[in-house]
Design a protein. Sequence first.
Length: 121
Amino acid sequence: MTVLGVIGDVLWIFALSLMAGASRMAWRKIPKGVAVPVLWSGSNTTLARAPRLWALATLPAVAFVLSLFLLAGAHAAAAWSVEAVLMFGVRATLAAIFALVHLSQVRRALNQLAEEGQIKL
């Protein structure tokens, strides 16, 4: 295990914990049975809604599975090789992207549900 591997692991743990925390907070605010917006068009119209569990857990679950594949690849690379540095860059970038996408999706869904009067923020 290299220093880059450990830092990559820490970044993924941080990203996944942010995603889990945002989902947990939204889970408490959204009542059971409310369809949560998950996909929007460019003109801010809702294209798709999903049950609360699917809306809040799908992206963190996909990110977790992806992190396991990236973890295996990172630990297979030799220490401080070009592969290790590239793998670290990919892991760090994807962890940040997944966290930002999930946080913005949860924020947008909560704001829309509040505008519709289905929840109180």
